[in-house]
Design a protein around this ligand. Sequence first.
Ligand code: PLP
Length: 405
Amino acid sequence: MSAQYLDLAVAPADTAFGLMADFEADSHPKKVSLIAGAYRNQNGDPWVLPSVKEAKKRISDATHEYLGIAGSPGFVKQAKELVFGPLTAYLQENAASIQTVSGTGANHVAATFLAKHLRPSQVFIPSPTWINHKSIWQMAGVPIVEYPYYSPSTKEVDMAGMLQSLEQAKLNDVVILQACAHNPTGVDFSKVQWEQVAELVQRKKLFIVFDSAYQGFATGDVDGDAWAVRYFTEAVLASESHPGLCVAQSFSKNFGLYGERVGALHLFVPRSLSAQGARSELMLISRAEYSNPPRYGASIVETVLGDQDLRSQWKADLDTMSSRIHHMRNLLRKKLEEETQRDWSNVEKQIGMFSYTGLTAAQVSRLREEYHVYLLPSGRMSVCGLNESNIDYVANAIGEVFRNA
Ligand code: PLP
């Protein structure tokens, strides 16, 4: 018997989950967690969206039977319409959609499928990006190139660096783009910048994987947050020779259904092809990996999106979450400027759950050790962890770290 597996070195713990465990073990009364990518209300508690609460009542006697391999057809239809809006009518023959195990599962099925069938020579992922992009594509065995995405000096997208890097891509290479509310920086492309990226992608015939984890959560505007995905999809559909595109869609944040694992993958093949074969292959992958996706969370989303009143309530819920985050950004900026006499406008300008604060790893350590304020070592702050009760403490702690450098 080979005992090689017994010699495996212990892999480093996941940074975010490791820090969350440290936070739980910390008994300091003023501790503040700005780690997790999960919404918290003004009391610092997890929030069940009122639209979700009502949908749960309506499906209380739902069945517990297996879903099909591709998931609930009603959910998949709603998910597709949500992301593609008016374009959905044009996406029939050449679109393959399946329900997935949340956004992570959608990214993973996409990587597995593309590694096998598109066979890119490399995948381009943003630097920095959601930590799992790298792990997922490493597992798929595709060489990874990190393209510059964020410039610490300008605190904006590094457009020149990105375009220069993508110019090196070859036909059918894959590019990962986050649709909105970029994790971890909170910095998105402007429409003009999206157009520049689209021009390059079309010219070089690159395959885009859109990671859409924050639609509606980013700004409260469901259609506005899907602008880039729709713009690229329209361009791909108009082209005879483009390799295609896919969208990995998550419902964790915009429905607050983190633990229910609700997601979908939408894959477009070129206009001249049918997507039936691709769809059957996606189903083969899903069947081998998890057999069929979870039913409960998808039923909640399907119920909310399929009912006018619940959908309106959901939009109001999105507004509640995005407005609270925006308000916290605004307050934090003011307080940090008072504390440090520096410009913190980037904190207010950034979008979505996260702020790339620019704090160094050493400053982040001091915040944790001396003030029990927890951020990721990259300086990424989950703005959702702030509220009226702890924002003064956090701003003051950051101020102290600057004053006593
Ligand atoms: N993609 C991005 C950019 C994310 O930030 C996240 C979660 O933080 C995900 C995908 C996946 O989330 P989930 O698997 O919960 O849908």
